[in-house]
Design a protein around this ligand. Structure first.
Ligand code: SF4
Length: 328
């Protein structure tokens, strides 16, 4: 690992004042430290933000929930109000990583997780995300875990977070701070598709610090579920995951929120499936039809075509359970 300077920030103002090109914020360190050990990230300065007062989970007068960027994943998943009002979020966080990692990992860091594409971590092979213009070893390579939606000729990596899939379905907003002040970025605009610049992964400016995530009040969120399909029962990234909320009235879909994980470089809000479902009969046939409409735009790689059918079946199964009134 390359030598680097260390600075512990005492407050947000100091943190955003000290950030500069070549420096990185350090929260829980569960991804950044790995990337530094692998030589993928090599900051000259690490600004430790782990002691900043960003650990609250608070509810505003209009029901909006503000989750501090340094809330640990374990604390978020165990919070009684989150479990009651946003069960898909608590379930998603619990299905990510391991207990030890969840005890360290933060909400802000979870948003900024980088892909687990194996070629991204292997400095001997081409990777446009690690080294722009070098090529993509995953296209035509080992790509069983890779994306089927929103890919480009430059990159087919997936975003690894479970939490972000739930946040995408819940219309979350990311609050960021810099010396220029505070701004809010809709979660759906926060992560970027690869295009021809896969190394640019988010809408975050280099000098901005994530300070919170906000969840708007939405009664349908309480009727939600996160389902994750993976190669083993824990400590594995999603082949496909589904975050869904569903309200059925008189046998028809009155409200639905649907997002997919493991299929794209960003949490994938299933806009087309939601359009098909809204007002439709809450039946398996309609769930299938909506899933098919969403996945019609999928482009398989050499080894991940199975994800298309897997995603359709997981969407239908998740919605069926919700329609039956068995959200958890
Ligand atoms: Fe790199 Fe993306 Fe290709 Fe993986 S899929 S090798 S991250 S460019």
């Amino acid at each position: 690992m390359k030598d680097f300077g260390y600075l512990a920030a005492a407050d947000v103002a100091t943190a955003v004042r000290e950030i500069r090109p070549g420096a990185k914020f350090l929260g829980g360190g569960t991804n950044l430290v790995d990337l530094m050990r692998e030589g993928v990230e090599s900051p000259d300065t690490v600004i430790d933000i782990s002691r900043l007062p960003l650990t609250g989970i608070d509810t505003g007068p209009d029901g909006t929930v503000r989750i501090g960027a340094l809330v640990r994943n374990s604390d978020l998943a165990a919070h009684p109000m989150i479990r009651a009002r946003f069960p898909m979020l608590a379930q998603a966080v619990l299905m990510g990583a391991s207990g030890q990692l969840r005890n360290m990992a933060t909400v802000g860091g979870n948003l900024l997780q980088r892909t687990r594409c194996p070629y991204f971590y292997d400095g001997t092979l081409p990777c446009n995300k690690r080294e722009p213009g070098s090529g993509c070893a995953a296209i035509g390579g080992f790509n069983r875990m890779h994306a089927i939606l929103g890919t480009s000729e430059s990159c087919i990596a997936t975003h690894p977070s479970d939490m972000c899939v739930a946040l995408a379905a819940l219309d979350a907003t990311v609050e960021v701070e810099s010396v220029r002040g505070t701004r809010r970025i809709p979660l759906l605009d926060f992560h970027r598709l690869p295009g021809d610049t896969p190394h640019v992964e988010t809408a975050l400016e280099p000098d901005e610090l994530i300070t919170a995530v906000e969840l708007p009040a939405n009664p349908v969120a309480a009727l939600s579920r996160y389902r994750k399909v993976r190669d083993r029962a824990s400590y594995a990234f999603a082949l496909v995951s589904v975050a869904a909320a569903l309200r059925v009235e008189d046998g028809r879909v009155a409200a639905v929120r649907l997002a997919l994980g493991g299929v794209a470089a960003k949490p994938w809000r299933a806009v087309e499936a939601e359009r098909v479902l809204t007002g439709a009969p809450a039946t398996d046939a309609e769930f299938d039809r909506a899933a098919g409409a969403e996945l019609a735009q999928a482009v398989p790689q050499s080894a991940n075509g199975f994800k298309i059918e897997l995603a359709k079946r997981t969407i239908t199964a998740t919605l069926r359970r919700l329609a039956e009134g068995t959200p958890a």
